[in-house]
Design a protein. Structure first.
Ligand code: NDP
Length: 520
């Protein structure tokens, strides 16, 4: 394990840190080391080197976190909504104050470009808190006036009570964005939280913990336990005092969680994998479809669950679209995530890099033709990309893959059925609307889909028939936080977003009050 933390560059500023930073837990309002005293390596994907250490927590830490959350629940759940709003808005202000530092940390930790971290990840984390801070002030309960035959009258009203301690477990691809997407509605609803970010990208969750302390979030309302899924996640899920699990991650992990939590009758929200179709009809707005298809396939190195990795193009424009698309994709620059003109940054880990490369080999074995990309990119020769000051020049020894477009595969081969979650897309011609709907729906997943057409009737018709939780027509990743977000089939159970998430973190209780006897 290396003992020197590589330096990080933000704009013209150079930060150098002499000792390896340790990422510790946030329990009961304090930053605390793991009970075991041991730490895991945390890698910087751009460099392929360890740059910080992460608490290797376990059952004892989860136990402490749950105890703190349990103690905090009575106070937090009865705190007036306006006070919850105010503390959450202070967190928003602090995230926005530290936007540059958080974006830099996200880019260094994940390998994503600094540009996308600044434009998407960190602003969205602030938006998540802002959205649910205000939602806490607006959620209302229903009432039903009842009159029965014979004249008995009653008033039914529904109480919506926070569940108690809840578990939030998130993945590495949009670290702070998805972490806060769960935490914000949970605490807005009055729950207290034990949360686990991905061990692969823990840094911004650690920074968030410090911002929560600064914002005055009461101790125990949010507890963050770092470490691995099999140790920390697997201790949160079955804990008897954790009433619900909100999980985003892979379908296989979701299955494991459901197996444990299901028989315990815990509430479960599972946001899982995707293999999303992008359907382009010949009557589309060509230039828009071309540009957005490239973005949908390769944004964030293709490491977004909503990426459109199966591209279906109607035959009359197939050859033209393919040529233009491949030319565009070939121009994307793979490089240092911190450089302003980089389009595709580093892959998050060596393990994930190997997985993506194995799928490129599989595609070839299945008869696919690589139209562009297909190779790992070695940037180790590129050592002077950053202002160095007194800090030694660093080697970009991390994990990079060329954006890859593959043709010639059937819709039912493994490459087109399994989630790759990297900068790899397939392109296929189709002839009829029915055929492309069948192909689009042929996978086990059903998270999102994109449809490009100027034909209004067709847009609605196809949107209704596609098996997915989200359909974008003539756009991609255009989000409104009020809308239900989630998948069908093996892409998940439940919905996040809007009041759906507040409903998830609360339990409904109907109270029926008899108002009058029937007339004598
Ligand atoms: P994983 O399922 O591997 O991990 C997700 C989280 O679960 C991590 O924090 C992980 O810990 C933890 N975990 C692992 N095992 C267990 C367990 N047994 N019990 C409890 N928690 C556990 O997913 P990835 O992090 O690899 O993320 C990529 C996946 O996430 C892709 O499939 C992608 O499609 C999906 N995703 C879905 C989204 C959606 O909204 N539907 C959005 C974004 C991503 P550890 O730190 O050890 O990995």
């Amino acid at each position: 394990m290396s003992a020197i933390l590589p330096f990080c560059v933000s704009d013209s500023k150079v930060f150098s840190i002499a000792t390896m930073e340790t990422i510790d837990n946030y329990i009961d309002g304090k930053i605390v080391p793991p009970a075991s005293g041991s730490y895991l390596d945390n890698f910087e994907p751009a460099m392929g080197e360890v740059y910080s250490l992460i608490a290797d927590s376990g059952e004892r830490d989860v136990e402490n976190a749950v105890a703190a959350a349990k103690d905090a629940f009575a106070g937090w759940s009865t705190t007036p909504a306006e006070e919850r709003f105010e503390v959450m808005m202070r967190i928003v202000a602090l995230i926005e104050r530290d936007l540059d530092a958080l974006a830099l940390a996200e880019s260094v930790d994940n390998g994503k470009t600094l540009a996308i971290a600044k434009r998407l990840d960190i602003p969205r984390a602030a938006s998540n808190f802002r959205f649910y801070a205000t939602a806490a002030m607006h959620i209302a309960n229903e009432s039903h006036e009842t009159t029965q035959a014979g004249g008995v009258q009653a008033l039914n009203y529904t109480l919506r009570q926070p569940l108690g301690v809840v578990g939030c477990i998130s993945p590495w691809n949009l670290p702070l964005y998805l972490f806060t997407w769960k935490i914000a509605p949970a605490i807005a609803a009055g729950c207290t939280v034990v949360a686990k970010p991905s061990e692969v990208t823990p840094m911004t969750a650690f920074m968030l913990a410090k911002l929560c302390i600064e914002a005055g979030l009461p101790p125990g309302v949010l507890n963050i336990v770092h470490g691995t899924g099999p140790k920390v996640g697997a201790a949160i899920v079955p804990h008897k005092d954790v009433k619900a699990i909100s999980f985003t991650g892979g379908t296989k992990t979701g299955e494991e969680i459901a197996k444990v939590a299901g028989p315990m009758f815990k509430k479960l929200s599972l946001e899982l994998g995707g293999k999303n179709p992008n359907i382009i009809f010949a009557d589309c707005n060509y230039e828009q479809a071309l540009a957005e298809t490239r973005r949908a396939a390769f944004a964030n190195q293709g490491e977004i669950c909503l990426c459109g990795s199966r591209i279906f193009v109607e035959r009359p424009i197939y050859e033209r679209f393919k040529a233009d698309f491949v030319a565009d994709v070939s121009r994307l620059k793979v490089g240092d995530p911190l450089e302003a003109d980089t389009d595709v940054g580093a892959i998050v880990s060596k393990q994930h890099f190997d997985k993506i490369m194995s799928y490129i080999e599989l595609a070839k074995a299945e008869g696919g033709t690589i139209l562009c990309g297909g190779n790992a990119v070695d940037l180790t020769a590129k050592t002077e990309t950053r202002p160095v000051g007194s800090v030694p020049t660093r080697r970009l020894g991390g994990w990079y893959i060329e954006p890859t477009v593959i043709e010639g595969l059937g819709h039912d081969c493994r490459t087109n059925q399994e989630e790759i979650f990297g900068p790899v897309a397939t392109i296929m011609p189709f002839d009829t609307e029915d055929e492309v709907i069948t192909w689009a729906n042929s996978v086990r997943y059903g998270l999102s889909a994109t449809v490009w057409t100027e034909n209004l009737s067709r847009a609605h018709r196809v949107a209704a028939k596609i098996e997915s939780g989200i359909v974008w027509v003539n756009c991609w990743l255009l989000r409104d936080l009020r809308t239900p977000f989630g998948g069908v089939k093996d892409s998940g159970v439940g919905r996040e977003g809007g009041f759906e998430a507040l409903r998830f973190f609360t339990e409904e209780k109907n109270v029926c009050v008899k108002l009058s006897e029937p007339p004598a």
